[in-house]
Design a protein around this ligand. Structure first.
Ligand code: 13P
Length: 250
């Protein structure tokens, strides 16, 4: 059975203890009619995971981390393992976000190791891929995404994996690709996943679009073929906006 579409919120480095009120608001807005149609996930900063979990567990909202180490334990000051995220209540973790690929030189091989660690820990990795503006201008968008998918998805992948296409130039800019561009990359990504993992798993893996998704553009984007949800940054910080994006499915 194909899982529900996933609307995931990446809070990035935003949120203090007071922001848990926003999580509670989200819980109140996530009504059974919506629960029946879509899965809602928030990925707050690690400092808020335990506090958020007390709210999300009761509200049927999934919780995720924004990054993890590829090992379970050890001398890695400042790092957090997938097992620790799970222990704090997370059932997902974002790996390979372009902000980490760019700021911390994370490679596909490292993203692959992190995704594998997440699966071993029993949480679902959301593996991010996407081209830069320069790569798109050079006509390389499809080949960049293809390479990233090939190199960062573990071979033993199952339908537990989620892939997010986030063109770097669309993140936090208010600019989105055209619908044809999104559909083209998602169709190509789907083909790649089927080739790599076989038709069953390749079809079941949810392919999210991310990059300047807002209540205003969500409905049209989420209608596109092979778009199984969204990874939302800025618009996930306000419960009202985030739920409006999820309501595109109603
Ligand atoms: P914005 O929605 O703020 O563009 O961020 C997208 C993103 O990077 C989600 O991971």
């Amino acid at each position: 059975m194909t899982p529900h579409p996933l609307i995931a919120g990446n809070w990035k480095m935003n949120g203090l203890h007071a922001s848990l009120a926003e999580v509670a608001k989200l819980g109140a807005l996530y009504q059974p009619s919506l629960q029946a149609k879509i899965e809602l996930l928030i990925c707050p900063p690690a400092t808020l995971l335990a506090g958020a979990h007390e709210i999300t567990a009761a509200a049927k909202i999934a919780l995720g981390g924004q990054n993890c180490h590829f090992l379970e334990t050890g001398p890695h000051t400042g790092d957090i393992s997938a097992w620790m995220l799970k222990d704090a209540g997370a059932s997902y973790v974002i790996v390979g976000h372009s902000e980490r690929r760019q700021s911390y030189q994370e490679t596909d091989a490292l993203v692959h190791a992190k995704a594998l660690a997440a699966l071993e820990a029993g949480i679902r990795p959301i593996i991010c891929v996407g081209e830069t503006a320069e790569q798109r201008q050079a006509g390389m968008a499809l080949s960049v995404v293809e390479e990233q998918i090939k190199a960062s998805i573990p071979a033993q992948a199952s339908s537990k994996i989620v892939v997010a296409y986030e063109p770097v130039w669309a993140i936090g800019t208010g600019v989105t690709p055209t619908h044809a561009e999104i559909a083209e990359v998602h169709a190509h990504a789907r083909e790649m996943l089927k080739r790599l993992l076989g038709p069953t798993f390749g079809d079941q893996i949810r392919l999210l679009y991310g990059g300047s998704v807002s209540p205003a553009n969500a409905k049209e984007i989420l209608k596109l073929a092979n778009v199984d949800g969204a990874l939302v940054g800025g618009a996930s910080l306000k419960a009202q906006d985030f739920i409006a994006i999820a309501e595109a499915y109603l």
